[in-house]
Design a protein around this ligand. Structure first.
Ligand SMILES: CC(C)(COP(=O)(O)OP(=O)(O)OC[C@H]1O[C@@H](n2cnc3c(N)ncnc32)[C@H](O)[C@@H]1OP(=O)(O)O)[C@@H](O)C(=O)NCCC(=O)NCCS
Length: 178
């Protein structure tokens, strides 16, 4: 496996067509995984996954990594930076640890730090943005821990199980990375 970025417990490599597996499909059809994501409202198929990977990897406006366990090379999630603005030097970020057995072990924190370092140092990005729903306390905690700051709130923006949830926008500059 071609390890593009190496951390202590995980490494990041380019995602590829062969990563569209039943395992990955199970993540995005898992309600616990998708409750804080825009995906999950409609069912996904393997074909949808293949098309998504194909469109992302062929785009010049996105870099997507497979997150892999260093101990066994297992693909456990993805992280993506996209929507680059090369004039303002900003981009957006999205992370998904699909395999729930890996939650709560500091892996999200490790992956975020590695990817933010990559965006700031290698892509010469100045500021990274993301959106997160108020019903995702683990993600909010993680983002604040690595240095993201809440910049805006779309009140009651997202429908989730009969409720309307706030959607936050958060941002981080390179000198805020913790
Ligand atoms: C959000 C996500 C990336 C977090 O990854 P993770 O590896 O479990 O996070 P970490 O173990 O690094 O934990 C980060 C912090 O959040 C805290 N945390 C974890 N779960 C929590 C919860 N349910 N409520 C509050 N805080 C929580 C941890 O304690 C840790 O803080 P600490 O170091 O001060 O103790 C992961 O749960 C995930 O991929 N979820 C599904 C997809 C998703 O929601 N993505 C984000 C969309 S915006």
């Amino acid at each position: 496996m071609n390890r593009f970025i190496e951390g202590n417990t995980i490494y990041l490599r380019a995602i590829e067509a062969t990563d569209a597996t039943e395992r990955y499909l199970a993540w995005i059809n898992d309600e616990e995984v998708t409750r804080g994501l825009a995906s999950g409202v409609y069912p996904s198929t393997l074909d949808d996954l293949k098309k998504y990977i194909q469109s992302t990897t062929s785009s010049k406006n996105a870099v997507m990594f497979a997150i892999c366990d260093k101990s066994n090379d297992l693909h456990i999630g993805n992280i993506k930076v996209d929507n680059f603005d090369w004039v303002s030097r900003t981009c957006e970020l999205g992370v998904l640890l699909g395999d729930r057995s890996y939650w709560g072990k500091g892996i999200g924190t490790e992956v975020m730090r590695l990817t933010l370092q990559y965006a700031f140092e290698q892509l010469n990005i100045r500021k990274v943005m993301l959106a997160v729903y108020a019903n995702n306390p683990a993600a909010i905690k993680l983002y604040e821990k690595v240095g993201f700051v809440k910049e805006g709130c779309l009140r009651q923006q997202i429908h989730y199980k009969g409720e309307y949830i706030d959607k936050y926008y958060m941002g981080i500059f390179s000198n805020e990375l913790q």
